[in-house]
Design a protein around this ligand. Structure first.
Ligand code: RB5
Length: 155
């Protein structure tokens, strides 16, 4: 059976954790395409690298991807502009598990400056090995999909 493939990318602030998670994903039995950045020596703009992983999901090359920046916030803001993307910033194994089970998240966002390595590895494992539960959770995702991006919500 072929290995399940994921993609991963980061900016300079997520680089070190990305390198660790590439190894972890391989140990978990995944094939990993690393879309950069290739060092943390030069500051780069996180959308430039995050969008590479987003595009790999949109193109159907992979069903799950991981993107990292300093906090995970910039990457998640960028990724969630695309209607087909459900990007979840996680700081715990529980969040990563529920992001898959309930939200059918297809991109895991992590912050290299805010999360410890061992917790990040647990998040990765939970994210890559948990399935979406569907049912009522699909109904809720359908409601999100029906929201018009041009609609102005007033409080
Ligand atoms: C880079 O300094 C930092 O702003 C970036 O990695 C990220 O945290 C943005 O959300």
């Amino acid at each position: 059976m072929p290995l399940k493939k994921i993609t991963i990318s980061s900016d300079h602030a997520g680089f070190s954790l990305k390198q660790t998670l590439v190894e972890s994903a391989i140990e978990l039995g995944f094939s990993v395409e690393d879309l950069g950045v290739s060092s943390d020596e030069i500051a780069v703009d996180y959308p430039d690298y995050g969008v590479k992983a987003v595009k790999s999901v949109l193109a159907g090359d992979v069903s799950l991807a991981v993107i990292l920046c300093g906090t995970g916030i910039g990457m998640s803001i960028m990724a969630n502009r695309f209607p087909e993307i459900r990007a979840a910033i996680c700081h715990s194994e529980f969040e990563a598990e529920v992001a898959r089970k309930h939200n059918n998240a297809n991109i895991l966002c992590l912050g290299g400056r805010v999360i410890g390595t061992e917790i990040a590895k647990r998040c990765l494992k939970a994210f890559l090995t948990t399935d979406f539960e569907g049912g009522r959770h699909q109904r809720r995702l359908d409601k999100i999909n029906q929201l018009s991006p041009t609609h102005t919500h007033k409080t």
